[in-house]
Write a protein that binds this ligand. Structure first.
Ligand code: FAD
Ligand code: AMP
Length: 471
């Protein structure tokens, strides 16, 4: 039986990062991946392809609706969907083959096949041709099975007109009418791609609250902006039936006890994701799979089976690539007996729409519920010169600080480049820094980052470019 120090199952952002970190730590590493392409959901059908399409959609929208304001005329603006999809495939190909090169450079053995954990840190592999083999991990096994889209009985996907996120990343033309079930991050991002490209988009969300996990002020502003852009978001709208009628999909929705019927060319089901686990993958071991399919782990991602770790979307917590990556690094370091931890309280959340929505740490609602006295500093992009020049002056930066110490407890941004701007605040929070640390840091002018600077100053009632509220 071939022996390795560390065996990783799954080569998504959790698994491939764990494999690279383990190799850096001097281990002999194998990574078992059933797909022919490395990178998992994120690189192949998730984060990356969705951002490629969002970028195209944003540029298309700008060319069509904003260029004229600058005095630029470009004639008729058209979208060639096959070219857009070709660009997406090209970028995905470059990045996934980049992982293969990194594996090679780090001396990681890539094994193609379905991996199953067996007793005593052995891993059974079934290749595409059905042949099985077994390898032994001496130090540790890291399970990074990832996740798959949730299916709901009223709207079973058919891969043609009723699709999941993978299908909505590959429509061969812009649907005239697109229905979306679920106003979560994926539904909003993909809904806004096709809306910006010209679809009439209706998003059905069963809950009455929009983005319940976000700070209320942020969610309210996002809803206002999305609606103004033309995304028809219907809250308290539970989809009960979706039927493919040949030319389109008939969707029956219940809103406030009343039935409504809609017709769409395409329907995207974006009602969440679930762990890609089954008992068969861990049979004969002590690894526990909980009720909702998540593998049970401790704070350092140890399962109940000695030497076996589980990370990323198949364990509790946010289903995000960067969370999976950090857990991958931690698991490899714990196997190497190094001190390692993940700051679970500082996982950044981002919705990559235009404008972007990004946050980290506590919301105002959470601080109120916990009885923590806080100060709020906010600053609108409308008062930021760079945002004005960029024609993206909607939104704001909001910083929540501990009323006693000034420590930043929560940061919330909606506006241009929010995902990038957030990280100044994430770093400060990672060092338990306070708003004064940002106040005392010189920021270049004119930049979007000045809005972060001003929001931090506003928390101490000393913003310069807005009138401070009397406290
Ligand atoms: P995955 O990426 O799902 O990878 C798991 C891998 O394991 C897969 O390659 C699978 O084939 C393989 N595998 C599973 N079981 C076995 C087995 N038994 N044997 C061998 N191989 C196996 N997150 C963000 O942070 N930012 C974003 O912008 C973002 N956008 C997204 C957009 C979309 C449309 C979607 C669907 C997701 C998005 N996500 C985003 C979520 C992100 O993709 C996941 O959180 C991330 O991929 C999780 O990484 P992972 O390694 O845990 O699992
Ligand atoms: P997320 O899990 O963040 O991707 O969001 C998925 C969203 O889909 C949640 O907000 C759910 O409330 C919503 N949802 C689930 N089922 C339905 C349904 N049948 N009709 C409308 N919305 C739904």
């Amino acid at each position: 039986m071939q022996e390795f120090d560390v065996v990783v199952i799954g080569a998504g952002p959790g698994g491939y990062v764990a494999a690279i970190r383990a190799a850096q730590l001097g281990f002999k590493v194998a990574c078992v991946e059933k797909a022919s392409s490395l990178g998992g959901t994120c690189l192949n059908v998730g984060c990356i392809p969705s951002k490629v399409l969002l970028e195209t959609a944003h540029r298309f929208h700008q060319a069509k609706h904003e260029f004229s304001e600058h005095g630029i005329s470009v004639g008729e603006v058209k979208i060639d969907v096959p070219t857009m999809l070709g660009r997406k495939a090209n970028i995905v190909g470059q990045l996934t083959s980049g992982i293969a090169q990194l594996f090679q450079a780090n001396g990681i053995t890539r094994i193609e096949g379905l991996g199953k954990l067996r007793a005593n840190k052995t891993v059974e592999i079934t290749a595409a041709d059905g042949k099985t083999s077994t390898i032994q991990a001496k130090k540790g096994v890291i399970l990074a099975f990832g996740s798959v889209p949730v299916e709901i009985p009223p709207a079973r996907t058919d891969g043609k007109n009723i699709v999941d996120s993978t299908g909505a990343l590959a429509f061969d033309r812009v649907p005239e009418k697109l229905g979306v079930i679920g106003a979560g991050v994926i539904g909003l991002e993909l809904g806004s791609v096709w809306q910006a490209l010209g679809s009439e988009v209706v998003v059905f969300e069963a809950l009455e609250n929009f983005l319940p996990m976000a700070d209320k002020q942020l969610a309210t502003e996002a809803l206002k902006i999305y609606k103004k852009q033309g995304l028809d978001i219907k809250l308290g709208a539970k989809v009960q039936k979706a039927e493919n009628k040949g030319q389109g999909v008939e969707v029956t929705v219940e809103v406030a006890g009343e039935k409504q019927v809609y017709m769409f060319d395409k329907l995207l089901v974006a009602v969440g994701r679930k762990p890609n686990t089954s008992q068969d993958l861990v049979e004969g071991t002590a690894v526990k799979i909980g009720e909702r399919g998540f593998i049970e782990v401790d704070e350092q991602c140890r399962t109940a089976e000695p030497g076996v770790f589980a990370i990323g979307d198949c364990v509790r917590g946010a289903m995000l690539a960067h969370k999976a990556e950090e857990e991958g690094v931690m698991a490899a370091e714990v196997i190497a007996n190094e001190h390692a931890e993940v700051r679970y309280d500082l996982i950044p959340s981002v919705i990559y729409t235009a404008p972007e929505v990004a946050w980290v740490g506590k919301t105002e609602e959470e601080l109120k519920a916990a009885g923590i006295a806080y100060n709020k500093g906010d600053f609108p992009f409308a008062a930021n010169g760079r945002a004005k020049a960029m024609n993206t002056a909607a939104g704001f930066v909001k910083v929540l600080t501990d009323a006693q110490t000034g420590e930043i407890l929560g940061s919330h941004i909606i506006g241009p480049c929010a995902s990038e701007l957030l990280h100044e605040l994430v770093i400060t929070m990672n060092f338990y820094g306070n708003s004064e640390d940002i106040t005392l840091t010189m920021h270049a002018h004119p930049t979007l980052a000045e809005a972060v600077h001003e929001a931090a100053m506003a928390a101490d009632n000393r913003a310069i470019h807005k009138v401070n509220k009397k406290r």
